[in-house]
Write a protein that binds this ligand. Structure first.
Ligand code: XMP
Length: 211
């Protein structure tokens, strides 16, 4: 099984479907984020599922009160999303509101430089909450393999570690997997490449070699 997740951060429906279709053989899942949902509407989730037959992760990074998280999550799971990514810093009631509706992935640390300001100092508490709630998985940064290793070591073994930050942000797919990631998320390095299928195939091989 593949450990590669495509981050499909394009606006346009036809382009999104084309890239997803040509890379699907090498993916575990397709991740959609606000750019694609804003550009193409929520129905793109249903369409991507039909075209690829793969799980769809809605990377909404929900960060609201429980009622609003619930209202959003209901529509997004209803459109066919298999997983929703939610922030954890809003507290367990907000996270639980999403978990009650479907499979959830909690952000415990982020991959960009600014994550060191506020998110990294909160990671310890977010890990503790995650172990209590037992969601499908967490997001940890491929840009900092030592943090993946640390987060993995603190989490219950059945909670998956999913890592963005490979390629365009500087992280290495193989390194992330060796540090303990279950899946790597890759966006621009695939969809901006000359040959997205071939790039996806290479990344698929890279994470397979080390797994
Ligand atoms: P690129 O183009 O950098 O895309 O390969 C990465 C994708 O992953 C998202 N992303 C994150 N999501 N925590 C998250 O929950 C993170 O630390 C993080 N870093 C990147 C990004 O929005 C894009 O869709």
């Amino acid at each position: 099984m593949s450990r590669l997740i495509l981050a499909l951060d394009v606006y346009e429906r036809n382009r999104a479907l084309e890239i997803a279709e040509c890379t699907a053989d090498y993916l575990w899942a397709v991740k959609v984020n606000w750019p694609l949902i804003i550009g193409s509407g929520l129905k793109i989730i249903t369409e991507l599922k039909q075209v690829t037959g793969l799980p769809i992760i809605a990377d909404l990074k929900l960060a609201d009160i429980p009622n609003t998280n619930r209202l959003i999550a209901r529509k997004v799971f209803g459109a066919g999303a298999d997983y929703i990514i939610t922030h954890g810093f809003t507290g367990r009631d907000s996270v639980k509101a999403v978990m009650e509706l479907g499979e959830t992935i909690i952000v415990v640390e982020m991959s960009h430089p600014g994550a060191k300001e506020f998110i990294q100092p909160a990671t310890e508490g977010l890990i503790k909450m995650t172990n209590e709630l037992e969601p499908f998985g967490v997001i940890a940064p491929a840009t900092r393999p030592e943090r993946i290793r640390y987060i993995r070591s603190k989490l219950k073994p059945e909670i998956r570690v999913i890592t963005p930050g490979v390629g365009a942000q500087g992280g290495k797919a193989g390194e992330a997997i060796r540090a303990g990631a279950d899946y790597v998320i890759v966006g621009r390095s695939i969809y901006e490449s000359e040959n997205p299928r071939e790039t996806a195939r290479r990344l698929f091989e890279e994470v397979r070699v080390w797994s």
